[in-house]
Every structure is written in structure tokens, then in C-alpha cells.
Design a protein around this ligand. Structure first.
Ligand code: DOR
Ligand code: ZN
Length: 425
């Protein structure tokens, strides 16, 4: 195995030092390290972070390999500074059996660019009627610990209770897409002043908040673990704040797009801005940012949702919801939070790794730790060109925007997956 000496680099914002990587682990951290056999990577002006971890990625394989594959999504992730991603279950076929989660897990290993940890479906076919084979997925080679019907809500409270009870046996997590379906029938965007003006059917904030409130109570009752996907409203933050104060085992994520964009984007009628849950108001964005800093929202997760051109470049009402996220998440976080490196490491690496139980991830560079890390150039600015993204899809809402920060290198167990800002494999 190879050795790399990252010289003069700031580890999570601290004063510059050297980091020596050897045999897949961090061998030493300190000024003036000498390692003649090592390849030198000049870290001057760069910040080293523990490799980013995404708890919410759609890789589309099996089934929609025209939109993304495990390999193309893994490459997008590595270029975004990620060393591990959790792959959502809404593939075709759905990842609701040991066979499908093992297939995704194996494809991830073969691509070898990030660790791909499959998430299993809660219900068979995401249909919300019968529990999937949660135990078989947990016992499979993929060792699934997080289950989600994301894209759909587990709306039936009895089924949600049973799922929470089932995963308690192995300390698993139910990750809920919180959307009361009876309140969002036909919804096209956030219900509010803009939807009224545009004449589009609204998706009210209460459809999210009501499910989170219910699930927090169910989780407390069962004594299990809940994770709330893509929190998007100020009201949801208040429900989560109260639940955490009571000691309920609930964690929550926010996406980069909900931290930056608002429902006013719908005025363009450009379906690139159609997403579920929808973009909300300025007040929601402010509450989400504050909650992320405070820790009421635990992590940033991308909800990277690649879609083929024909599913996005059509009339708003027919377009699929979702936007790309992996290759721009760190830049959006830097834009929103500023250079608060410890906070960024906490919300984008350490805490998501801990929630997902991903061993060897989310650890700051220190002797003996697996060398999963990423190097960021905080002074760089880049203009997003959709055609230059590694994802197979092009539905980024940041096209032609100039964003701060650039991923210079990413290391997975001591081997570079990205060097000089380019994918290695
Ligand atoms: O916008 C979204 N897209 N929200 C989801 O919950 C699912 C996702 C997808 O799979 O495209
Ligand atoms: Zn979702």
C-alpha cells in the first residue's frame, strides 16, 4: 500500500501541520514529518476534514441506471468529499429484501470509491401495507441498520409502531419521510403566498409537522430510534426541540437546498426547483439554519436525487421531485455556515457516521485512525457547470452559480479517490 504525506495542512481549522498516511491509516500528525517514501500532497491553504458521510443518497441502481449508477453516484460522492454514503431504498426493484440490499452493497464495494451502506425499505415495495423483511436485511452481508420508505411516508401509525418495535431488537433506526399523504394530495410546491399567486396546489408545513409529532410520540412509547429525513419547516424544528428535551431518541437531517433556497424559485416554473419536501419560506430557512447550528437538527444530508432529462425537463406538474446534491453540499455548507470547520465536521461527518454506525468513518485524522479524509480549498470559488458533474444526471439547482470551496482530494482508507480535484479511478 502507498504512503502519502499531506504537508502544511489545517486539520479541521487548526494551525497547519503534516499528516502522514501509511497502509490505509493515519500514521502520524505533527509539524515537520519526514517520510522519504511518501508521495507529498501540498496541503498549504487547505483544510483536512474527516471524510464526509451522507445519510441520504439516491443511487438509482438497480432500475434507473440511466439517471445514476452505484459507480457514477460513488464518483460524484468522492468528488464532493464523501467517503461513505447511505443508499436509499426506492430503487426498482425496491431494496426490500436481503438480495437487493446485498446487490447494492456489492456494487458499492466493486466501485470502491466510497463505502456504500444500503438502507432497507420499511414496507414491501414501499407500498405502506406490509413490513419488509427487516431482520433478513439486518442479518445480510449488507448489515442494514437504517430502514426507510423515503419518497413515501410510512403513514399507517400501526405499521410505524411495529417497525419501531422490530428494529429495537438490533438498535436499528426508522428514517421517516414525514408527509401526511392526505394533506399533500396533488401538491406541487409549498403551500403559502407564492403557491396562491401561482395557482399551484400547496404542500402545507403541517403535513410534515403532524407526522414528526406522531412519530416522536410513537418512538418515545416504544423506546426505539427515529431519524427524520429532510426537515423543512420551522414548526418541525420546534417539535424536534421538545422531543429532544424530553430525551426521545430522535435525530434529524436538513438538506443543503432547504438551507439555501426558498419557494420563490417556483416563480420560474423551472422544474429543477421541484423537490419533496418542497422549498419553503425565508423564515423556514432561517429556522433550519439556526437549528443546525444549535444541534436540534443533527446533520446535513444531501437527498441527492438524480433524475433523467425527460423526468425533469418537462412541465412542472409532470416533473419528478428531487435535485442533485453530492458534488455541491460542502460548498453550500460553507456558504451557509462560513468557515466553522468543527461544526461542518460535526454535522457532515462525525454525527452522520455515528448515527449510521459506520465504523472507521467520521473520525478526525489521528494516529491509528483509518485514513478517510477530504481536503478542502476554502479560498477557491467555482462556477457550477452541470455538464462537468460526475453524476449521470444534470438536475442541479446551482447551475452557473459561483460557490465557495473546492474539494482538492479525498482519501478512502489511505488511497486517493480524488486528487487535484479530479476523480482518480
Ligand atoms: O425530492 C425527492 N426526491 N424527495 C424524495 O423524498 C425522494 C426523492 C427521489 O427519490 O427522487
Ligand atoms: Zn424523502
Amino acid at each position: 500500500m502507498s504512503s502519502y504525506l499531506i504537508s502544511n495542512v489545517s486539520v479541521v481549522g487548526a494551525a497547519p501541520t503534516d499528516v502522514l498516511i501509511r497502509d490505509g491509516v493515519v500514521a502520524a500528525v505533527g509539524a515537520g514529518l519526514d517520510a522519504p517514501e511518501a508521495t507529498v500532497v501540498d496541503g498549504t491553504g487547505l483544510v483536512a476534514l474527516p471524510g464526509l458521510v451522507d445519510l441520504h443518497t439516491h443511487l438509482r441502481e438497480p432500475g434507473r441506471e440511466d439517471a445514476e449508477t452505484v459507480e457514477s453516484g460513488s464518483r460524484a460522492a468522492a468528488l464532493g468529499g464523501y467517503t461513505a454514503v447511505c443508499a436509499m431504498a426506492n430503487t426498482s426493484p425496491v431494496a426490500d429484501t436481503a438480495g437487493v440490499v446485498e446487490q447494492v452493497w456489492r456494487l458499492g464495494r466493486e466501485a470502491g470509491l466510497v463505502d456504500v451502506q444500503p438502507i432497507g425499505a420499511v414496507t414491501v415495495g414501499l407500498a405502506g401495507e406490509h413490513l419488509a423483511e427487516l431482520g433478513a436485511m439486518a442479518d445480510s452481508a449488507a448489515q442494514v441498520r437504517i430502514f426507510s420508505d423515503d419518497g413515501h411516508c410510512v403513514a399507517d401509525p400501526r405499521l410505524m409502531r411495529r417497525a419501531l418495535e422490530y428494529v429495537k431488537a438490533f438498535d436499528g433506526i426508522i428514517a421517516q419521510h414525514a408527509e401526511e399523504p392526505r394533506l399533500t394530495e396533488g401538491a406541487q410546491m409549498h403551500e403559502g403566498e407564492v403557491s396562491t399567486r401561482l395557482g399551484l396546489t400547496g404542500w402545507p408545513a403541517v403535513a410534515e409537522e403532524a407526522i414528526i409529532a406522531r412519530d416522536v410520540l410513537l418512538t418515545e412509547h416504544v423506546g426505539s430510534r427515529l431519524h427524520v429525513c429532510h426537515v423543512s419547516t420551522a414548526g418541525s424544528v420546534e417539535v424536534l426541540r421538545q422531543a429532544k428535551a424530553r430525551g426521545v431518541r430522535v435525530t434529524a437531517e436538513v438538506t443543503p437546498h432547504h438551507l439555501l433556497l426558498t419557494d420563490s424559485r417556483a416563480e420560474t416554473y423551472d422544474p429543477v426547483y421541484k423537490v419533496n419536501p418542497p422549498l419553503r419560506t425565508e423564515a423556514d430557512v432561517a429556522a433550519l439554519r439556526a437549528a443546525l447550528v444549535e444541534g436540534v437538527i443533527d446533520i446535513v444530508a444531501t437527498d441527492h436525487a438524480p433524475h433523467a432529462v425527460e423526468d425533469k425537463e418537462c412541465e412542472w406538474a409532470y416533473a419528478r421531485p428531487g435535485m442533485l446534491g453530492l458534488e455541491t453540499a460542502l460548498s453550500i455548507a460553507l456558504d451557509v455556515l462560513g468557515p466553522q470547520w468543527d461544526l461542518i465536521a460535526e454535522r457532515m461527518s462525525r454525527t452522520p457516521a455515528r448515527i449510521a454506525g459506520l465504523e472507521g468513518h467520521g473520525l478526525d485524522p489521528a494516529p491509528g485512525v483509518p485514513a478517510n479524509l477530504t481536503l478542502v480549498d476554502p479560498a477557491a470559488r467555482r462556477t457550477i457547470e452541470p455538464a462537468e458533474l460526475a453524476s449521470r444526471s444534470r438536475n442541479t439547482p446551482y447551475a452557473r452559480m459561483t460557490l465557495p470551496g473546492r474539494i482538492v482530494a479525498t482519501f478512502l482508507r489511505g488511497e486517493p479517490t480524488v486528487l487535484d480535484g479530479k476523480a482518480v479511478l
